[in-house]
Design a protein around this ligand. Structure first.
Ligand code: NAD
Ligand code: TYD
Length: 338
């Protein structure tokens, strides 16, 4: 039996991770801490709230005192840090909270790991730390040793955290791993991000806002495949190593939007070109050879199957989406503490 701390588990990827792992490993204990920012949603955790091997703690990873107390009480074996501010557009509006949560929050967690001892600290990172690739060089990919070269306050904060994690490994011998994944999509995705936003807008016959010319390329991975990759790295990865995660599913934004419109039987006239994002990264593309060969990871979904599963989930879970859109999901805190 092992005890896991999962931070940011009320968010999109952490939530999916917990759904899978709490059921897959009934003898392991999973404790989730989440600050419940606008991106944290207790309705995402509802299916596992009553599981005997799951516990939720409402807390901010930047709160050193509370985090240390939790470590002292729970004696974690593994810490997996999903907690972050994650939306590039918001980081352009207001960078500060990104630096606080993504960098200083990471430091607090690692300091607690040093103080109380753990088997592994795992940092959930992103392909965005590598910057972008040109559109006219499809032969180029991000490798684990591609230089860090960030574009947005979001990616700069994630890259800073990665460097700090590697520094704690080198200086303090903290047993760490880092995974850097490409763009995720799937169930419980907050509808400010491209895919769920476009599905919701298309369903309402509203204009679909495509930034610039829609030529930017993202390498899409179904969220469940990201979760199984993290589980492999945490349990079997080598200390101090970085693992890239991706499934070679590159699509232009326009291709993604057209796929969604087609699946929903909606006209392409809904596509509206809007002002481009400042500093907009052109292309992300991962080389996942290391995790495939070293840990035997293989994704279950490609983009064609994953996007259909995602559209189906969104159609069947309109209540979850409507609660997010109306803000009703935020009422959990009020109901809980009344
Ligand atoms: P998300 O925004 O959906 O969820 C983030 C969660 O963290 C929320 O539940 C939020 O309440 C919580 N949180 C934020 N600040 C906190 C704090 N200070 N203390 C405690 N909890 C806090 O994000 P996501 O898409 O699930 O991403 C999870 C992780 O994966 C992030 O670290 C992100 O950088 C990384 N990542 C995301 C993608 C992607 O495509 N979404 C791709 C690669 C890597
Ligand atoms: P996003 O989902 O925000 O992820 P990231 O910026 O981390 O890759 O955006 C994915 C791509 O879609 C990105 O190139 C920006 C673009 N985009 C739009 O064209 N319109 C939108 O309304 C949004 C949210 C994103």
């Amino acid at each position: 039996m092992a005890k896991f701390l999962v931070t940011g588990g009320a968010g999109f990827i952490g939530g999916n991770f917990l759904h899978i792992m709490v059921n897959k490993y009934p003898n392991d204990q999973y404790v989730c801490i989440d600050a419940l920012t606008y991106a944290g949603n207790m309705e995402t955790l509802a299916p596992i709230m009553k599981k005997p091997n799951f516990k939720f703690v409402h807390e901010n990873i930047c709160n050193r005192e509370a985090v240390f107390k939790l470590f002292e009480e729970e004696k974690f074996d593994y810490v997996i840090n999903f907690a972050a501010e994650s939306h590039v557009d918001r980081s352009i509006e207001n960078p500060e909270i990104f630096l606080r949560t993504n960098i200083l929050g990471t430091q607090v967690l690692m300091d607690a790991c040093r103080e109380y001892g753990i088997k592994r600290y795992h940092q959930v990172s992103t392909d965005e730390v590598y910057g972008d690739l040109p559109l006219d060089r499809p032969d180029l990919f991000f490798h684990e040793d591609t230089p860090i070269h960030t574009s947005s306050p979001y990616s700069a904060s994630k890259a800073s955290a990665d460097l700090l994690v590697l520094a704690y490994h080198r200086t303090f011998k903290l047993p760490v791993t880092i995974s850097r994944c490409s763009n995720n999509y799937g169930p419980y995705h907050f509808p400010e991000k491209l895919i769920p936003l476009m599905i919701q807008k298309a369903l309402r016959n509203e204009p679909l806002p495509v930034y610039g010319k829609g030529e930017n390329v993202r390498d899409w991975l179904y969220v469940g495949d990201h979760c199984t990759a993290i589980d492999l790295v945490v349990r079997h990865g080598r200390d101090g190593e970085v693992y890239n995660i991706g499934g070679h599913n590159e699509r232009t934004n326009l291709e993604v939007v057209k796929t969604i419109l087609k699946a929903l039987g909606k006209p392409e006239t809904l596509i509206t070109y809007v002002k481009d994002r400042p500093g907009h990264d052109l292309r992300y593309a991962m080389d996942p050879t290391k995790i495939e060969t070293e840990l035997g990871w293989k994704p279950e979904h490609n983009f064609d199957t994953g996007i259909q599963a995602t559209i189906k989930w969104n159609l069947e879970n309109q209540e979850w989406l409507k609660h997010v859109e109306s803000g009703e999901y935020m009422n959990w805190l009020e109901r809980q503490y009344k």
